[in-house]
Design a protein around this ligand. Structure first.
Ligand SMILES: Nc1ncnc2c1ncn2[C@@H]1O[C@H](COP(=O)(O)OP(=O)(O)OP(=O)(O)O)[C@@H](O)[C@H]1O
Length: 578
């Protein structure tokens, strides 16, 4: 644990997204919701308006051909226009509804994944890297919208609209219906075959995009180290190779998408041409079969001919949206993976009211605590016991890897012990009590995270009760006045760029100073990597702030340890050394 900072640890802040509704499965898009059903229903209705339109058109042309004159076509033309307006309206309304539904669903899935990420323990090594999480949540997740707004309505239209049109063609000519019905299954068949390849290619492409984003973000963060090691060229080469590989994968996805539409166009063009040839020959009297024993006229023939291309329209639409399916499903899978619960922090769901100052210094007790990190066999603690009196200052003094940071994480409820109990002020740390108890703690990590912003905003961290005078007091308590005077309102760079290590730690102490309700301070090696003079100043400031509070400090610094009331020596196997 290294990036948490000295703030009262309240993961379930007011800004946390609500827990997922559980209305559906985790990526739950299998069943249709009411909003989606309505959107699809409107789009299907819009497609079916073509049936009366085709009927009117065929009737008007047949009338003109029979010598009824242009005036007989006026009424059908008016009907055609009105139906056209209705069709456009239904289509637009259905499209808008589907888009709105898709955006709402995407927000829900994003909130669900963000919630799961937030709930995942910082000691869980399986947690997605921040680059990957940012890439999935911000970029890849967008592929869910065309999948829900375009592909799914298109799939429903492709299953029901052709059947309805067939029901209108069949009474006129079973031969024309047969040609359409025969050609139709080839299209989904070939598209499915191509689709499997498309899905694979699209998933590989998404993995590549995610990997490249994660790589880029990590390298940007470590730019100074890369420069220091003279690895700029190697990093640039790797990035270029990644970009080239991504280009190749994108081309594969596009090639497959083009191929699927070519297959569709081929089958639909052949089928429509066959229907047209059949109708023409039938009208000329050269082909007598296929019309239930009677010869259909120009009107009926034209009606069937107009329905034939419309029969393939939904399939064409499905083919156009086919690529959305692969990308959308891959994005849903990525979001689902982010939403995996993993190893959660204890609690994290219970809203906590602000804790009034002066709650007192709590006592601590660990009773037979056992813990091992996920994916490791060796237990860091096995039946570990410890008690700390209220207001006591203790040092966890141990060599590297003995479990000091893990112990602090357990005390903060950032991970649950496998066995045993942790009591804070006599209250067992459980999912129900953790948020409340955490609101009385402050945590100073080895490298406090510093956000891009002013010094003051970094001290306040959005806490409404930390106003300008409180920030001033906190800055003085942490002995940061010199930095504050020099900086004024100038922003600090992200990650503390422009601040020294000691100043960064003092900023963490200022955050602590602005949290008077935190009766328990957990500090993880606050003097590590500092020169002895700065370490001494940090020690003094910490001790001053910890007056009247319980303090647990993990350290290998004998000078800091000597200033505590008690030193607890941890052996490398996580036991208290004699
Ligand atoms: N997230 C993690 N996943 C798996 N193993 C971990 C994880 N964090 C720590 N460990 C392992 O658990 C053991 C205790 O680690 P911990 O960080 O608590 O030690 P520490 O005493 O704080 O060390 P240091 O002084 O170097 O910070 C080590 O063997 C470490 O390799």
């Amino acid at each position: 644990m290294s990036e948490t900072s000295a703030v009262p640890a309240t993961p379930s802040s007011a800004t946390s997204p609500a827990p997922p509704s559980g209305r559906r499965g985790r990526t739950g898009t299998a069943a249709l919701s009411r909003a989606e059903r309505r959107a699809i229903g409107l789009q299907v209705a819009a497609a079916l308006v073509w049936v009366p339109q085709a009927g009117l058109l065929a009737h008007a042309v047949a009338g003109i051909a029979d010598g009824a004159g242009m005036s007989a076509a006026l009424l059908p033309a008016l009907g055609l226009v009105l139906l056209g307006i209705l069709r456009a309206g239904l289509d637009a309304a259905g499209g808008r509804l589907a888009f709105r539904f898709a955006r709402a669903e995407l927000s829900r899935l994003r909130a669900q994944a963000a919630h799961a990420l937030m709930r995942r323990s910082p000691v869980d090594a399986g947690r997605a890297t921040s680059g990957l999480a940012a890439s999935v949540l911000a970029e890849q997740a967008e592929a869910v919208v065309p999948y829900l707004a375009r592909f799914r309505p298109a799939r429903f239209k492709a299953t029901c609209v052709p059947l309805v049109l067939l029901a209108f063609v069949l009474p006129v000519s079973w031969a024309a219906a047969f040609v359409l019905a025969f050609a139709a299954p080839f299209i989904p068949l070939f598209m499915a075959l191509i689709g499997w390849r498309a899905k694979e290619a699209s998933e590989a492409q998404l993995v590549e995009v995610g990997g490249m984003n994660a790589f880029l973000l990590d390298r940007l963060r470590g730019l100074a180290t890369i420069r220091g090691l003279g690895a700029v060229d190697a990093t640039a080469r790797r990035l270029r190779a990644d970009a080239e590989s991504l280009r190749r994968r994108t081309m594969v996805v596009l090639r497959i998408a083009f191929m699927s539409s070519a297959v569709l166009e081929l089958f639909s063009a052949v089928a429509v041409a066959m229907v047209a040839a059949y109708i023409g020959l039938h009208l000329l009297g050269s082909l007598d079969f296929g019309s239930w024993g009677h010869r259909f006229g120009l009107g009926e023939g034209l009606f069937v001919l107009l329905l034939a291309p419309a029969f393939f329209d939904p399939l064409r639409e499905l083919a156009a949206a086919w690529h959305d399916r692969a990308a959308g499903q891959a994005a849903l899978a990525a979001l689902e993976q982010l939403a995996e619960p993993g190893r959660p922090v204890v609690g994290g769901d219970v809203p906590v009211a602000p804790v009034p100052a002066g709650g007192g210094a709590p006592a601590l007790a660990l009773e037979s605590v056992s813990f091992r990190h996920a994916g490791t066999d060796a237990a860091v603690f096995d039946g570990f016991d410890l008690t700390v009196a209220p207001g006591e200052h203790v040092a966890l003094f141990a060599p590297s890897g003995a479990g000091k940071s893990t112990l602090l994480a357990l005390l903060a409820g950032l991970a649950a012990p496998e066995a045993g109990r942790i009591l804070i002020d006599g209250e067992v740390l459980t999912a129900l009590s953790a948020d409340r108890l955490r609101a009385r703690m402050a945590y100073i990590g080895q490298q406090p995270h510093i956000f891009a912003g002013t010094l003051g905003s970094n001290v306040a961290l959005g806490r409404p009760e930390v106003d300008a005078p409180a920030i001033g007091v906190a800055i003085r308590a942490a002995r940061l006045e010199r930095v504050a005077d020099a900086r004024g309102p100038a922003p600090i760079g992200e990650g503390g760029r422009g601040l020294s290590g000691g100043e960064g730690l003092r900023l963490a102490l200022a955050r602590l100073a602005a949290a008077p309700s935190a009766g328990l301070i957990l500090a993880d090696e606050p003097t590590a990597h500092l020169d002895s003079g700065t370490a001494g100043e940090i020690t003094e400031a910490l001790l001053e702030l910890a007056r009247g509070r319980t303090l647990v400090v993990a350290t290998h610094d004998p000078v800091l340890a000597a200033r505590m009331d008690r030193i607890i020596r941890l052996a490398p196997n996580g036991e208290i050394a004699p």
